[in-house]
Ligand binder design. Structure first.
Ligand SMILES: Nc1nc2c(ncn2[C@@H]2O[C@H](COP(=O)(O)OP(=O)(O)OP(=O)(O)O)[C@@H](O)[C@H]2O)c(=O)[nH]1
Ligand SMILES: [Mg+2]
Length: 379
């Protein structure tokens, strides 16, 4: 890298453009107080900032194997980065660790904002940690970058869990699109599993497409609901209910218990008529309170029954394999798409094509054919 020449602060009047016999050297951090050339930006910053050592792929791999949480967190940051150099190391780390992943229980948790997902995860996660399990919490929430709401909320709502040495909480990456966030969460899951976490909880807001995405990366899908509101009001689409392996009515505490029980009966009858999403498993309905802890153990008991049932039937392996194939297809699509639109030939030709279509000079189908041919011909 070419060292940028710096001009002195003071130059003789009218000397602009002249070549000076001396050049001012770039400041050096960490010099002695008062030494010329020292960069001190303000008086509070006298201690030099410790630079973080750049880690190699091998450092990341070994660190994660040794369950080093700082390194795990840094590896996830690497995965979340869009810089090509970071992605290259991230892929190397992932490739090395994939054979060591896959041993955790992967559980998705969804429900409308305010249903109590984060509070539930705090209680549920703490219970699992007390049983000696290591719990990682990830979030798939493409909206969180805009509102910042869930990240802020989670900091206060998962206070105990976030301080628990057996738990690891990672908010949703600021990836923009759902596809991007989901891809990063999948890869993050691999790293957490390689780092020895036994249970991965993936939280997502149950109002859109994201629960379909989360369903495709977990074994068990839990839907939290509220009593006393119609399903329409809760913004829950029938499709989300159909994706679930269990529905628990949260906030079953205080004067709310009877209503929660009524809702549970209602759900029981709804579930009877639905086609189960998991072959051989009958989705169940229950009640719980994330606040008092009531019914939280029943959720885990249900999950344990679910694993026993699906492992025995072979559906567990079948689903994991299918998810791998889906993941592969998703990555192919994403890779092709981003390469195509970044291609200089396409970048140049696309606006011309658009203009021709607008002017009615060519058909959409013919333009697409033309662009694809140009892209693939270059090899
Ligand atoms: N009474 C009662 N209140 C609860 C319970 N669980 C959560 N809450 C309250 O409900 C509110 C929302 O809880 P959160 O855990 O933030 O809900 P969330 O589903 O994570 O919300 P988003 O992250 O915004 O989607 C908070 O004020 C909680 O204290 C419960 O079991 N009983
Ligand atoms: Mg939340």
């Amino acid at each position: 890298m070419a060292e940028e020449k710096q001009r002195p602060e003071w130059v003789p009047a009218g000397a602009d453009g002249q070549i000076y016999t001396t050049e001012v050297m770039k400041g050096v951090t960490g010099g002695h107080d008062g030494m010329p050339g020292q960069t001190v930006h303000n008086t509070q910053m006298r201690t030099p900032i410790k630079k973080r050592r750049v880690l190699t792929a091998e450092d990341y791999i070994e660190g994660i194997r040794q369950k080093n949480r700082t390194i795990l967190a840094r590896a996830i940051t690497l995965i979340e980065s869009n810089a090509p150099a970071h992605q290259e190391i991230a892929q190397e780390v992932l490739n090395a660790l994939i054979p060591e992943a896959g041993n955790a229980a992967r559980i998705g948790i969804t429900g409308v904002p305010g249903v109590g997902k984060s509070t539930f995860i705090e209680a549920f996660g703490m219970m699992l940690c007390e049983q000696g399990k290591k719990v990682a919490v990830l979030a798939v929430d493409p909206s969180s970058t805009i509102s910042g709401g869930s990240v802020l909320g989670d900091k206060t709502r998962m206070e105990l869990l976030s301080r628990n040495p057996d738990a690891f909480i990672r908010p949703s990456p600021s990836g923009g699109t759902l596809g991007g966030v989901a891809r990063k969460s999948r890869e993050t899951m691999v790293l957490c599993e390689a780092a020895g976490f036994d249970v991965i909880l993936v939280e997502t807001v149950g109002v859109g497409q994201s629960e379909v995405t989360v369903r495709s990366m977990v074994d068990f899908f839990l839907l939290l609901m509220l009593s006393g509101q119609g399903d329409e009001l809760q913004g829950i689409k029938k499709g989300v209910v159909e994706l679930s392996d269990a529905i628990f009515v949260n906030k079953a505490d205080g004067s709310n218990i009877d209503r929660a029980k009524a809702k549970r009966s209602e759900l029981h009858s709804v579930l009877r008529f639905l086609q189960p999403h998991t072959e051989g498993w009958k989705p169940t309905a229950g009640i719980c309170s994330a606040e008092t802890g009531f019914g939280i153990d029943e959720v885990w008991a249900t999950i344990e029954r679910f694993y026993a049932c699906t492992r025995e039937s072979g559906f567990f392996d079948k689903r994991r394999q299918r998810q791998q194939i889906e993941w592969m297809h998703a990555l192919i699509e994403e890779g092709l798409k981003s390469r195509f639109f970044r291609d200089p030939v396409i970048k140049e030709r696309l606006p011309q094509m658009e203009a021709e279509i607008r002017a009615g000079q060519t058909s959409v189908a013919a333009s697409v054919e033309d662009l694809l041919r140009r892209y693939f011909q270059k090899g």
